[in-house]
Design a protein around this ligand. Structure first.
Ligand code: UDP
Length: 321
């Protein structure tokens, strides 16, 4: 049985990927310091409480139970926070990833799937976005992911490390069996914030309806977290069967506006969503949609759960668990 080390496996995307790996018959070890993740998201026997900056600790984890590949999620994800405290983001996301790669070298592990982001493209000039666009991040968070993609590339060129960088679009939804879901503190993502507005009656603030889109609100490529998780399995299998290092967008290629998401939430929940339209949020491009043809053609991946109502319905089930 192949064994995978999942860093950040107690977080949102990491916990869903762990479930999909187990469902697919892999053994999984999770390394997480629980600074942002949740203890309850991981089976206790799989959890190793170790910080990503603790290189010897990571080596010990990989020597105790040798692994065939690493899937690396452990990172901070809030754009606004990254601009207020860049040191925190460069240390945890960049130095943490270098620490992990050094540990992998020492333990003789050569395959890594890296949790990257559409934020590496900044305000893209071409939509749907192909992977070939140049790096152009517009915030510290996006820059940390660019830096790690480059580190992985150089370790590939010089040390034989093989990597797949998956550039996520808008991860959303929850495990359809409600075994896991989204639970950020504080929450910044649109769909859970709309649920909170319904629950509390306090209107959600929507960031701008004066964009050059059909209804004036921003368009994003919402991808169900379980579909995203399955892309990691495809990526890990690609590497373990000798595939070369690659970078793939992970999105559906379909975009929905903020207004369409609000309508879907009202439809699925069966209640109106209290909301007000505020000004634009700094750094929000009008439209972010993936060209995901490489992932589909080369890894044979296709979304199964990413219809908007399915995303909202699974997220709502988890919200009410
Ligand atoms: N959004 C919003 N109000 C909020 C949070 C998000 O209008 O309180 C909008 C945001 O401007 C973007 C979309 O919802 O157009 C998705 O934002 P989210 O923060 O969920 O993900 P991001 O696109 O930043 O990764």
């Amino acid at each position: 049985m192949k064994r995978i080390l999942v860093t950040g496996g107690a977080g949102y995307i990491g916990s869903h990927t762990t479930l999909e790996l187990l469902d697919a018959g892999y053994d999984v070890v999770v390394a997480d310091n629980l600074s942002r993740g949740h203890r309850s998201a991981v089976e206790p026997a799989r959890l190793r409480e170790v910080d990503i900056l603790d290189t010897p600790g990571l080596v010990r984890v990989m020597q105790e139970q040798p692994v065939d590949a690493v899937i690396h999620f452990a990172a901070y994800i809030a754009v606004g926070e990254s601009m207020k405290d860049p040191g925190l983001y460069f240390r945890n996301n960049v130095s943490g990833s270098i620490s992990l790669v050094n540990a992998m070298q020492e333990a003789g592990v050569r395959n890594i799937v890296f949790s990257s982001t559409a934020a590496v493209y900044g305000m893209p000039a071409v939509v749907p976005i192909p992977e070939s666009l140049p790096y152009a991040p517009i915030n510290v968070y996006g820059e940390t992911k660019v830096m790690v993609e480059k580190v992985l590339d150089w370790f590939g060129q010089t040390q034989g490390l093989r990597s797949v960088c998956l550039r996520y679009f808008n991860a959303s939804g929850a495990d359809p069996a409600a075994r896991a879901g989204e639970d950020h503190e504080p929450e910044t993502h649109l769909i859970p914030l709309l649920f909170q507005a319904i629950e509390t009656g306090t209107p959600a603030t929507l960031f701008g309806n004066d964009y050059p889109t059909p209804d004036g609100s921003c368009i994003r490529d919402y991808i169900h977290v379980s579909d995203l998780a399955r892309a990691h399995i495809g990526a890990v299998e690609w590497l373990m069967t000798g595939g070369v290092s690659r970078r793939f967008n992970v999105g559906t290629g379909a975009g929905y506006s903020v207004q369409e998401v609000v309508d879907a939430v009202a439809r699925v929940v069966g209640k109106p969503v209290p909301h007000t339209w505020g000004p634009r949020r700094e750094g929000d491009p009008a439209t972010l949609v993936a060209d995901s043809s490489s992932l589909r053609n080369e890894l044979g991946w296709a979304p199964r759960d990413s219809a908007l109502d399915r995303i909202v319905e699974t997220a709502w089930r988890w919200y009410n668990r």
